[in-house]
Write a protein that binds this ligand. Sequence first.
Ligand code: NAD
Length: 350
Amino acid sequence: MPHSLNTVPFVSVENMMRLVLDKGVETCMVELAAYIEEDFRRWPLFDKTPRVASHSSDGVIELMPTSDGIDYGFKYVNGHPKNMKEGLQTVTAFGLLASVDTGYPVLLTEMTVLTALRTAATSAVASTYLARPGAKVLAMIGNGAQSEFQALALKAINGIDTVRLFDIDPAATRKCIDNLTGRGLNLIACATAEDALEGADIVTTCTADKQYATILTDNMIGSGIHINAIGGDCPGKTELHRDILLRADIFVEYPEQTRIEGEIQQLDPDHPVKELWQVITGQIPGRTGADAITLFDGVGFAIEDFSALRWLRKTLETSPRSVELDLIADPDDPRDLFGMVMREQERMAG
Ligand code: NAD
């Protein structure tokens, strides 16, 4: 939708849902994965910094900025595992894209739904480069808000046809199966995580617990499997037993952030890890053999959100799913901000 310089397109949760439904959720994630890959290929030119985190006993609030020199983006996101029991989301987010040239915002959007889409698309991109060719069976551990998106991205992008699900709360698994029924996946509810891993080519762990949890233990991990560990994304919050990490080839987004937040916080600070962007550009190999255990220690990095914001801006060129926000002061004389406020008083009076 065309917009003037002093208004900013805003995508509400309602409009985001409609935009996703207009296109289809799988199409959105296929398109998003392409944007993420494109940005990972030009990784060196981005401003990169570990996200700015404000921790509390129950959760974390984070700001995630980056820029490619032309656009600047940031996301505000929280992670509060206890929220779900109170009927609130564990993760909520909104974000903004701005022009580096003028510093003016060019897009403001909800990012709770968008984060689920981009996190799933990122797992799928990692799986494309790291999972065994021909992978068909996904074990999905943690069947909460992210889980359906993860399953559908791996179906659409990686060709997964079977999902084996486990959650400590059977109601979450039932919800996930209900939501995924009729979408071309063979869905199997499992009684334990170990059971879910039976015959799996890929396992995605997507649980929320603010502790060093051991969702997967070493004995569950057979040779050749690829792990997307995305639930551990905070200091003191991990999902995998340390022994798994010692057997795996570990791939990360941005090591400086992942060493603080990822599974690898359990390892020595100099334990070797590989950067996913270098696999995508062909600078280093991904999977080295059929028996290798590969781990994508995904914590979520600002560049993925930047890719999502770019994708959304492009999508809005042909979609009506935004409204214009009066966000930027626009006095006739740029130095007369005060006069602009006073003239509004006259308008209000008369
Ligand atoms: P959610 O609260 O909606 O769901 C989490 C699920 O995990 C719940 O159903 C819960 O019952 C289950 N669970 C908890 N402990 C478990 C265990 N031991 N075994 C099996 N299941 C267990 O949360 P969500 O929005 O789906 O997010 C999941 C996690 O992913 C959170 O920790 C969140 O911070 C993280 N996350 C990461 C990224 C990223 O980019 N890496 C992005 C978004 C969310």
